[in-house]
Design a protein around this ligand. Structure first.
Ligand code: PBG
Length: 328
């Protein structure tokens, strides 16, 4: 009879053995919760395509911040949902604009317990829904947008953001934001750069979550899903421009890009598990087609295994709470 000498199954034999040899672990501190805060009166509004996710009122936002802090997650990443939109996204730089108001609240309420991050992009605030301002021919004007991003960085830093998170994929955005922050004394405000960000169908539910005004698409500034090398190029540029953290987005369909960036980065590498990734698992689970709780942990483990030091995920608080319960 033939007996194999090499038996990998030995290390899979018991739960204790599997736990001991696990190469990747999840911890609440490396989970970051994206949150939507809506301008105007009334309570929280559910996002239909993201069961369990809401556009917060300021009251529900406060409560959710404390829940997030109690769960021990690493931070929150804030998106504003303004009532009015215009061509240049004025609400983004207004100190009374919803995102800046929410940032001040977050800093006051839980600023010692959580890292407060702000989406630095114009798309939530523009009436055309693009991430920048438009040139006369309707294209997104890179360098005119950089001026707005510099102003937005100052508004967000003044409101108390620990990390500003440019997500618009304009060339040179990290350098311009770093310079604006430094010239105005915000040396300690960090930049979480969306470095490799792809023009993805998986942002679909997010567009509902922020009442997006977008008609066309973002393919002239977000990356083509076909391109792997380009992801590394974008990350390398952001590192040279002074990014404190680089991020790959979406996560699951781009694990190769994530692994590439993790291999060269000398700063933390994060991944964004986006709205469509969340919706996909929730929808399949609602049909009884997959084991929801296992699937969620498997996606996060895979993203960490590929090289992410931390993950933005809409399940952050739920998973952190589950992890805390397990270790207790
Ligand atoms: C741009 C931005 C988007 C997301 C995060 N920041 C939308 C886009 O680029 O179209 C998507 C996040 C998600 O889908 O969960 N401000």
């Amino acid at each position: 009879m033939l007996h194999p000498h090499v038996r990998p199954r030995r290390l899979r034999s018991t739960p204790a053995m599997r736990r001991l040899v696990a190469e990747t672990r999840l911890h609440p501190a490396e989970l970051i919760l994206p949150m939507f805060i809506r301008e105007g009166a009334g309570g929280p509004v559910p996002v239909g395509s993201m069961p369990g996710v809401v556009q917060h009122s300021l009251d529900s936002f406060r409560a959710a911040l404390h829940e997030a802090a109690a769960a021990g997650i690493g931070g929150v990443n804030l998106f504003g949902v303004p009532e009015v939109h215009d061509a240049i996204g004025s609400g983004a730089t207004d100190e009374n604009g919803i995102l800046n108001v929410a940032t001040r609240i977050a800093r006051e309420e839980v600023g010692d317990a959580l890292v407060i991050q702000t989406d630095l992009c114009l798309d939530e605030f523009t009436d055309h829904g693009h991430c920048g301002v438009l040139a006369a021919d309707g294209s997104v004007d890179n360098d005119a947008t950089l001026v707005r991003y510099a102003e937005m960085a100052l508004a967000q830093a003044s409101a108390g953001a620990h990390l500003v998170a440019p997500s618009g994929m304009m060339d040179g955005q990290v350098a311009v934001i770093r310079e604006a922050l430094d010239e105005n004394g915000f040396h300690d405000t960090g930049i979480l750069a969306y470095s490799a960000k792809y023009a993805s169908a998986f942002y679909g539910p997010f567009r509902e979550a922020v009442d997006s005004q977008l008609k066309g698409d973002r393919r002239s500034y977000q990356q083509d899903p076909a391109n792997r090398r380009e992801g590394l190029r974008e990350a390398t540029l952001d590192l040279a421009e002074g990014a404190d953290i680089v991020m790959v987005k979406p996560a699951m369909a781009y694990l190769d890009v994530l692994a590439d960036v993790a291999a060269v980065s000398d700063v933390p590498v994060w991944a964004y598990q986006v709205s469509g990734e969340y919706a996909m698992v929730e929808a399949a689970a609602a049909h009884g087609w997959i084991d929801r709780d296992r699937a969620i942990l498997e996606t996060l483990t895979g993203i960490r295994r590929a090289g992410a030091d931390a993950v933005l995920t809409y399940w952050a608080v739920e998973v952190a709470t589950r992890l805390l319960g397990r270790s207790a």
